[in-house]
Design a protein around this ligand. Structure first.
Ligand SMILES: [Zn+2]
Length: 302
């Protein structure tokens, strides 16, 4: 989950947020037409498609990574659009869903797939049971002002919910998911959630980074987020050799240097050496917002 828009406070849903879509950075990529208008699909590298759920406020990005024998769908979106149909139109290969973490906006399409890999943690085991429609969860994704594209056929905001799914591979640190000619290496990076992972793909030199980083306000204050863990995980995230981070929201193919800048910024906040900030309240929690050229950090104010 990432309420991740650049607003003055960073903490409210701005009116007409959708006027910023498509974000200009997507014009770098070739757009691929599919039958599913809920998604915008782009060829981000020769062997990787970004499936951008840009009709909805979260702007979730899932990725289809093609190997020689198998394709990996890295996250499956909110579950409003038919992502399985998109995948079928893009590849004939067998598909394994590999989730970066078990937040609902990344696992919503899971139940339509047979092969699902998720990091083994009590948090993800609980989430895999499915989350009934309640509280701030699935209902909010389709509340007034949270989407602008026509809803796919059969989706009723009043009753829509996501289904439980069956995990076929519980991932652990260091696991390698073989796609034929390339692998996804599992790097456990708790901080955004306790079950978060990055997936390193060495052939195209990409790091699928999940929600620990995206080029927008990064929230490090929720009950599932922990600043010390975040720093430890970020040190792991900058270690491997890759060119681009592939985040789970908003924009993609971000140079590694920006990820390194996030680490340095949060280390400075932790050390009390960061510059000025704004204060606000998010979900009932007092927070500080630190702004940088390519991202912002929102941390607890205590
Ligand atoms: Zn998330």
């Amino acid at each position: 989950m990432a309420y991740s828009k650049n607003t003055d406070s960073g903490l409210v849903v701005p009116k007409k947020w959708y006027e910023a879509i498509p974000r200009p950075s997507w014009s770098r990529f070739e757009k691929i037409e599919t039958s599913q208008l809920w998604f915008s699909v782009y060829e981000t590298t020769p062997e990787t498609y970004a499936i951008n759920e840009d009709g909805q406020f979260e702007e979730v990005i899932s990725y289809l990574v093609l190997g020689e024998d198998t394709a990996a769908l890295i996250d499956s979106g909110i579950g409003i659009g038919d992502i399985k149909r998109v995948v079928k139109e893009l590849t004939d290969l067998p598909v394994i869903v590999v989730n970066t973490h078990a937040h609902l906006d990344h696992t919503g399409g899971n139940s339509t797939f047979e092969e699902i890999a998720l990091y083994d943690h009590p948090f993800s085991r609980e989430r895999a049971k499915g989350k009934p429609r309640e509280g701030i969860d699935v209902g909010n994704y389709l509340s007034e002002g949270m989407y602008w594209k026509p809803l796919p056929r059969g989706i009723d905001p009043a009753t829509w919910h996501t289904e439980p799914f069956k995990v076929t591979k519980w991932m652990r640190e260091g696991d390698k998911i073989d796609l034929g000619g390339k692998e996804l290496e599992v790097i456990h990076i708790p901080g955004h959630t306790p079950d978060s992972v990055c997936l390193l793909e060495r052939r195209e030199r990409l790091l699928f980074i999940g929600d620990i980083f995206y080029p927008a306000p990064i929230y490090i204050y929720s009950k599932e987020s922990n600043m010390d863990e975040f720093i430890t995980s970020f040190r792991k995230v900058v270690k491997p050799d890759y060119d681009y981070a592939m985040p789970g929201h908003n924009e993609t193919k971000v140079e590694k240097k920006v990820v390194e800048d996030v680490l340095h910024a949060i280390e400075a906040i932790k050390a009390g050496k960061a510059g000025s900030y704004k204060t606000g309240v998010a979900n009932g929690i007092k927070v500080r917002r630190y702004d940088y050229p390519r991202f912002a950090l929102i941390v607890r104010d205590d």
